[in-house]
Design a protein around this ligand. Sequence first.
Ligand code: 2BA
Length: 109
Amino acid sequence: MKLIYAIVNRDDKSIVSAELTKEGFFATKLASTGGFLKSGNTTFLICTEDDLVEKAIGIIAKFSKKRSQISPSSLTYGAMSIPYTGLPMEVTVGGATIFVTNIEKFEKY
Ligand code: 2BA
């Protein structure tokens, strides 16, 4: 079995979730925050059989759009906001960032 971590833009989370469920995948959605843009995204955890991994990734890829976003012009350390030395820059985010790991044991009680 494999565990798929898929980080998707929050605007795509509903369609990705609906399509995964429609195709019979079990998924958990976690609210997450990108370290660079510091804006919210969604991380899906999907545990599935090895031979279904590519199908799940195909669904995620199909419904996760690429977007241009502007990087922040300041960085925040604790309560302090430090001016960023560079100008805000445009970055391309997504469609989805995906990691796949092996699962040693899977049980449900
Ligand atoms: P963020 O960290 O907010 O990054 C958003 C976008 O900013 C990235 O899009 C990339 O285009 C750019 N970016 C990130 N770090 C950068 C850096 N050090 N220098 C220049 N540009 C940078 P994506 O690559 O599509 O990543 C989307 C989100 O996926 C990330 O949001 C983060 O939450 C996650 N992610 C991406 N790569 C990761 C990794 N290797 N490990 C863990 N999470 C990752």
